[in-house]
Design a protein around this ligand. Structure first.
Ligand SMILES: Nc1ncnc2c1ncn2[C@@H]1O[C@H](COP(=O)(O)OP(=O)(O)OP(=O)(O)O)[C@@H](O)[C@H]1O
Ligand SMILES: [Mg+2]
Length: 348
């Protein structure tokens, strides 16, 4: 609780400190997990029932945009089941053998968390189908006509998969999860709860107005709320502000170029490219990504969900389109409609 951590004095690299802080702010129990009441209720039933039946919990798939709490929930699941937790990710499992090694070393009831599960290789995925259903892997020995498969029994385990792209999961894999929780963006009130808890842990004094201001710029995402809170803390510390009220919070966040809707540099760059380079669209996602100098996936999973949700951007079959609200937010005037349909009849 006190900030007498010696590492703060000798200056750990910021990225490491940020990571450590994010971990420190993670709620450890389901009851400390703010919001997502539907998922929380359903998950709590699944976990409670398996505890009563003394079995490993059913496999759980968590989907939703980044920073909404998938990793946090996976850790909570292991905690609630009082089970060990093994963490890996789709991109780390490229060969079926990698997965076989992990699966065969799991102990009874252990929770295996596979982050970004949609990025696993196809052979590993197929091995996982069988492991999830029958707690078995088939190890192939030898090559060609002489190859034989040796079945290997596994201890019953709980797979928790997380994905930002549930649509990319093949049907057979999705169907093998006993429970799928889709995480939704958080309301400003829920974010204020997250912020209150974090401010307490960071020893910060923030007024209700301060929390409201930070929450309204956090794009419905706890990770962003916590990050903005830490930047406001930096600002308050340097400016000698003991109590962060609404005007202090708003001045601090203006400094970091987080605007009143919570759009950051990338969000605004996407909208500006769309409006100023393509008359508001429609334009393809990959073109848009190149223009703002980001990966297609970053634009699609980081910027777009919030822009769509705020009604600033629309996805159409012909590409991305800026809405009237987008032009308004940027303070720009939409161009007059192209006059294809109004060409005079006698010309042609
Ligand atoms: N419901 C919640 N209540 C309180 N804090 C939360 C909640 N959800 C997320 N957080 C905070 O937000 C941070 C990010 O959450 P987490 O790492 O679980 O997101 P994620 O969905 O796994 O993101 P990614 O897709 O990028 O892996 C955590 O440090 C945690 O403190
Ligand atoms: Mg995560």
């Amino acid at each position: 609780m006190s900030s007498a951590d010696p590492r703060e004095l000798i200056g750990t690299a910021p990225a490491v400190e940020e990571k450590a802080l994010e971990a420190a702010l993670r709620p450890k129990a389901l009851e400390d997990f703010v919001g997502q009441s539907t998922v929380r209720t359903q998950l709590s039933l699944v976990l409670q029932s398996s505890r009563m039946r003394h079995t490993a919990a059913d496999h759980v798939l968590l989907s939703g945009p980044p920073g909404l709490g998938k990793t946090t929930l996976a850790m909570i699941i292991a905690g609630e089941m009082q089970a060990a937790l093994r963490i890996t990710s789709g991109p780390a499992i490229q060969h079926a053998g990698d997965l076989a090694a992990i699966l065969s070393s799991l102990t009874d009831g252990e929770v295996l968390f596979i982050d970004e599960i949609h990025r696993m290789s196809r052979p590993a995925e197929e091995m996982l189908y069988i492991a999830m259903e029958d707690f078995r892997v088939d190890i192939i020995v030898g090559k060609g006509a002489g190859a034989t498969s040796i079945p290997l029994e596994l201890s019953p385990f709980t797979l928790v998969g997380a994905t930002t792209r549930a649509g990319l999961l093949p049907g057979p894999l999705r169907d093998r999860f006993g429970f799928t929780g889709h995480l939704e963006f958080y309301s400003p009130e829920e974010l204020q709860k997250v912020l209150r808890r974090s401010a307490g842990m960071l020893d910060m004094q923030v007024s209700t107005g301060g929390f409201v201001e930070i929450s309204s710029r956090s794009r419905g995402t706890p990770r962003i709320a916590n990050r903005l809170l830490r930047r406001v803390r930096d600002w308050a510390l340097v400016h000698g502000v003991a109590l962060v009220d609404d005007s202090a919070a708003s001045e601090a966040l203006d400094t970091y170029e987080v605007d009143s809707l919570g759009l950051d540099r990338l969000d605004r760059a996407v909208l500006e490219a769309l409006c100023t380079k393509f008359r508001g669209g429609p334009v393809g996602l990959s073109t848009l990504a190149i223009l703002v100098g980001e990966e297609t996936e970053t634009v699609e999973t980081v910027a777009e969900p919030y822009l769509v949700r705020e009604g600033l951007l629309a996805r159409t079959p012909r590409g991305r389109v800026a809405t009237e609200a987008a032009w308004e937010h940027l303070g720009l005037t939409p161009p007059p409609p192209r006059d294809e349909e109004t060409s005079p009849l006698w010309n042609g």
